[in-house]
Design a protein around this ligand. Structure first.
Ligand code: NAD
Length: 400
């Protein structure tokens, strides 16, 4: 074959392959954002950059912000809330990032309307029964139910967990939670989600002390500091340390340690550090964890997304995969995970209120609740922290 004939033949083959690809290319998943305030806008930024998804609708309560974000993300199907939305648009996926008080209505409504994949964020509810209703509505309607922007979804956190479960460090001997205080329903959800992931276990019993005493009298979690002990379903014990106010370097320690026969994995709001073996002085030796490179850095290349949005991207990627596979088996964060984190938190407060009484989980009384901070519960508009239209339009500089 001469060169000209060869080039013509390969061009024809290439065109045919492209045609097949065009026909076979999977349809983009149609995504709606419900609650498009500060956090919702980050979700929208990710979804609009991914090749597998397109933003088709936004439900946003605030009239001005709805118009601004519609313009910013090129979405014309704009609604006040989920009820108005599902009358005209039933997307494949819905990301619910309203303030906590409104999450249940949006999740349940989407599930009943036939949305295939629904995600929400932390804390998903304040009352246990509401969290149950959300999980059950998704289950009964066959919807994938994902969690949101949690460190549990961080690429390196997932890989460290896989190594623990593959037995790289031997049997798990113990665990510890550090810095469990200040906002145990909001931020503390991160600790509990990583603890359950690393240990591959549920919390079966808690015994907790809470301080200061006045924080135990409040309906919300503001300022409540917890020290205690959790017994895991595998029989392993986990010590829980609140925020240490006095002791220098320890003050800012916050995270989860899991130690095993041959090593320790320590998550402190970043890629987990791994220790295996001892150095010449008999101290634990940190090893290079050799995490595989984060596969989606291109999504974070341009502002307003920041490097620290890596776990938002991996959480969403795992959610998309779960919807495509119609299986929650490999979700990085599920609605169940959010519910368990809430339940552990409520159990800790209840145990402390009852005088450090050991409490078994699941809790029998599903009417128990713990409100998150007013901002998380009701959103910025109702708590004096209104997002400006300029910021909603994406005109402010990212913070890192
Ligand atoms: N996982 C994380 O790292 C993380 C970070 C920030 C916030 N959050 C959670 O996300 C939630 C929202 O926080 P935010 O900072 O975006 O708050 P925000 O006040 O900036 O935004 C909330 C938006 O939801 C809208 N909204 C309220 N009720 C609605 C309804 N019924 N239907 C549709 N839209 C509605 C509001 O108008 C507002 O625009 C909170 O629960 C918070 O705890 C999680």
């Amino acid at each position: 074959m001469d060169r000209r004939t060869f080039l013509a033949a390969t061009a024809a083959a290439g065109a045919a392959a492209n045609a097949v690809q065009a026909v076979d290319a999977p349809r983009k998943l149609r995504v709606a954002i419900i609650g498009c305030g500060r956090m919702g806008q980050y979700f929208a930024e990710v979804y609009r950059r991914l090749p597998q998804t397109e933003l088709v609708a936004i439900a946003e309560w605030n009239d001005e912000r709805r118009a601004v974000v519609g313009d910013r993300f090129g979405v014309t199907a704009l609604f006040k809330d989920v009820n108005a939305m599902v009358k005209s648009v039933v997307p494949d996926m819905a990301a619910v990032i309203t303030p906590t008080r409104f999450m249940k209505e949006a999740v349940v409504k989407c599930a009943e309307a036939g949305v295939k994949g629904i995600s929400t964020d932390k804390p998903m509810a304040s009352r246990l029964a509401d969290a149950d209703d959300m999980v059950n509505a998704c289950k009964e309607n066959g919807a994938i139910f994902a969690g949101g922007n949690l460190q549990r979804a961080k690429w390196e956190v997932q890989h460290a967990a896989r190594r623990i479960h593959a037995g790289d460090f031997g049997r798990i001997l113990g665990a510890a939670v550090h810095g469990y205080g200040g906002e145990i329903s909001g931020g503390g959800c991160q600790h509990m989600s990583v603890l359950r992931l690393f240990t591959g276990a549920e919390v079966a019993e808690v015994m907790a002390w809470g301080s200061p005493p006045k924080a135990l009298l409040k309906k919300d979690d503001g300022g409540l500091n917890i020290n205690g002990r959790m017994r895991l379903s595998t029989g392993v014990d986990c010590q829980v340390f609140g925020i240490t106010q006095k002791y220098g370097d320890q003050r800012n320690r916050s995270g989860v340690d899991v130690w095993c026969e041959k090593g320790m994995v320590s998550w402190q709001w970043a890629a987990p550090r791994i220790y295996s073996g001892l150095d010449a002085r008999g101290r634990r030796e940190e090893i290079d964890p050799e995490y595989p490179a984060f596969p989606w850095s291109d999504v974070l290349a341009d502002p307003p997304l920041r490097k620290s949005d890596d776990y938002l991207v991996s959480s969403i990627q795992s959610f998309i995969k779960a919807v495509q596979l119609e299986s929650e088996a490999e979700l990085f964060v599920s609605g169940h995970d959010l519910r368990q984190a809430l339940e552990i938190t409520i159990a800790c407060k209840q145990s402390a209120v009852l005088g450090n009484l050991p409490l078994r989980l699941p809790l029998a009384d599903r009417s128990l609740f713990l409100d998150p901070s007013p901002y998380r519960m009701l959103g910025g508009d109702q708590t004096g922290n209104v997002q400006s239209n300029a910021e909603a339009a994406g005109k402010n500089k990212p913070s890192d």
